[in-house]
Design a protein around this ligand. Structure first.
Ligand code: CAA
Length: 261
């Protein structure tokens, strides 16, 4: 059987890992890979037992080295628009997942690879990670949301600087500018991601989902509307069994047993 270009596996109860698996092309995103990613993300979205998604790239060199340049080379304007939309669908779907999504970046995260990492809720990098939007070297701007998500993650001046020069940043600089939240040794990357995933999976699932929605939607609203949205999310939690169990467990001085309902 041929190797799958995208592998979705359940690592532990409630914890999935999505692996881009084209190491011979440094996991570059071609149209088939984007389709496979979209399907895998839909599978996670439909799984009510899912709690956290970890996203990584196969091999020891790259997370994802970008959109597939060989495939893009001969695109015309209409095909380029369709390719961009396919990439955008993947990034939006990843971002819209109800569960936290963590990118584990082991190496190059360039162009579409940086965009894939940026569509995750946060990024943990290995010491070997390299980030950048080098599209201008190829005569194109970013096309999978990089201009917008990098802007929102690191601010306008830094995003503009990185995008217009194509300069690549190593893990420590990525940490300093807030592009990644943590840098760990290569060998510790998966275990670090798993430890965080286990912590999240032990919390009230509905609370995590409501909090993620508030952070995600609130980021694009003005403060008053964003806080009103938070009030609605907060109030909604009080209709849940998890809120009753969580508070009762605290008062009874025992661990909570959350059901997600
Ligand atoms: N698309 C297609 N193939 C790619 C690729 C990409 N983005 N990146 C790497 N590969 C392929 C190489 O062509 C090479 O294939 P062959 O073995 O068949 O020659 C293989 O992966 C290994 O790559 P290198 O030999 O280049 O490895 P290296 O260690 O010398 O360099 C690298 C690594 C610096 C990441 C280099 O591969 C590189 O610069 N890649 C391209 C990065 C890039 O420009 N990304 C942006 C793409 S455009 C984009 O993403 C647009 C968008 O926003 C939608």
């Amino acid at each position: 059987m041929a190797e799958q270009i995208v592998v979705l596996e359940q690592v532990e109860t409630g914890i999935h890992r999505l692996l881009v698996n084209r190491p011979q092309a440094l996991n570059a995103l071609n149209a088939a890979t984007l389709d496979a990613l979209e399907q895998a993300i839909a599978t996670v979205a439909a799984d009510a037992a899912s709690r956290v998604l970890l996203v990584s790239g196969a091999g020891d060199k790259a997370f994802v080295a970008g959109a597939d340049i060989a495939e893009m080379q001969s695109l015309n304007t209409a095909h380029a628009a369709a390719f961009s939309r396919a990439g955008m669908r993947v990034m939006h779907a990843l971002e819209a997942l109800p569960v936290p999504v963590i990118a584990l970046v082991n190496g190059y995260a360039l162009g579409g690879g940086c965009e894939l990492a940026l569509a995750c809720d946060w990024i943990i990098a290995s010491e070997r990670a390299v980030f950048g939007q080098p599209e201008v070297n190829l005569g194109i701007p970013p096309g999978f949301g990089g201009t917008q998500r990098l802007l929102r993650r690191v601010g306008r001046a830094r995003a503009m600087g990185l995008i217009t020069t194509g300069r690549q940043v190593r893990a420590e600089e990525a940490l300093a500018i807030g592009l990644v939240t943590q840098v760990v040794p290569v060998a510790a990357l998966m275990d670090t991601g798993l430890a965080i995933a286990r912590t999240i999976a032990a919390k009230g699932p509905l609370a995590v989902k409501l909090a993620k929605q508030a952070v995600r939607h609130g980021a694009d609203l003005d403060l008053a509307r964003a806080c009103a949205y938070e009030t609605a999310q907060f109030a909604q939690a009080f209709a849940s069994a998890d809120q009753k169990e969580g508070m009762r467990a605290f008062l009874e001085k025992r661990p909570a047993r959350f059901s997600g309902a």
